[in-house]
Design a protein around this ligand. Structure first.
Ligand SMILES: [Zn+2]
Ligand SMILES: [Zn+2]
Length: 273
């Protein structure tokens, strides 16, 4: 596998669980061929940390970030937060706005409040000209309604409006999202033996609209179950998708990285060899 072939499009390496060995985790990722990462900031408190991680990245890796407001914190979606988000999102390290979205499984925030915040944050994506990184748990029907209303047709000038990260919906949700200009993110759960419906979703999506992500330290793939996840696990997720699509691993890496490059406007900067 060519060095730097993979892109982990969703990490939380600023999480305190990486405080003791963040450098080693990044080195293992580089050794596993994960040459680029997108680090995600869930709240304004995280934004300076994820920007600092991008700026401190060594030569073996390129790190960009997404700044957002997780649905857990939707109640704090104020005018001043949106202003600050639009300002900070203009930095060259900021590849996207996110994660933002709907979480009816875990968020202690009323669905109406989450939906109102999501609409305002999606408007911020459009005015900043940045793709959206969307988090969605047990809320696919409402998410699809909101996206259809705010993004009624696929973008004309690029392939994706954004990505529904850690896709966990039904195969029909994946097909509908992809048809309207959204990429879908595949994580560790696609490797779990029981998740046949999730694999069916990625089988139907095919290699044209899927991106790889670990959501580290969360969502470990089968080989790390019960442990902390890390970006070096990306090839395991890629191998599962390659098998679904009937492609060699290298081709699955090339296709998913190409999708991520288009999604984030992040052209190859010499990381492929
Ligand atoms: Zn998420
Ligand atoms: Zn996340």
């Amino acid at each position: 596998m060519a060095a730097g072939s993979f892109i982990d499009t969703h990490t939380h390496l600023c999480d305190p669980r990486f405080d003791a060995d963040r450098e080693a985790v990044l080195a293992r990722a580089a050794a596993a061929g994960v040459g680029r990462l997108v680090e995600v900031g869930d709240s304004p408190e995280d934004w300076p940390k994820v920007l600092a991680l991008c700026r401190a990245a060594g030569p073996a890796q390129a790190v960009r970030c997404a700044l957002g407001l997780h649905p857990y914190y939707a109640e704090s979606c104020s005018e001043s937060l949106l202003c600050r988000l639009e300002q900070e999102a203009s930095a060259p390290e900021v590849a996207a706005i996110g994660e933002i979205g709907l979480d009816y499984a875990r968020a202690q925030v009323a669905p109406q409040v989450q939906q109102a915040a999501l609409r305002r944050l999606l408007a911020a994506c459009r005015s900043a000209g940045k793709p959206a990184v969307i988090h969605c748990r047990e809320a696919y029907a409402d998410l699809r309604l909101i996206l259809r209303e705010l993004f009624p047709s696929p973008p004309g000038d690029r392939r994706f409006w954004g990505v529904v990260h850690c896709f966990s919906g039904a195969p029909e949700d994946a097909e509908a999202l992809v048809a309207s200009g959204w990429a879908v993110g595949a994580d560790g759960p696609v490797t779990y033996p029981k998740n046949e419906a999730l694999r069916e979703a990625f089988r139907r999506v095919g290699p044209g609209a899927a991106v790889l992500e670990t959501d580290s330290p969360y969502l470990p793939p089968q080989s790390l179950r019960g442990k902390r996840n890390e970006p070096a696990a990306v090839p395991e997720i890629a191998a599962t998708l390659a098998a679904l699509w009937g492609l060699p691993l290298e081709e699955a890496a090339r296709r998913t990285s190409g999708n991520a490059e288009e999604l984030f406007g992040w052209g190859d900067r010499g990381h492929k060899t």
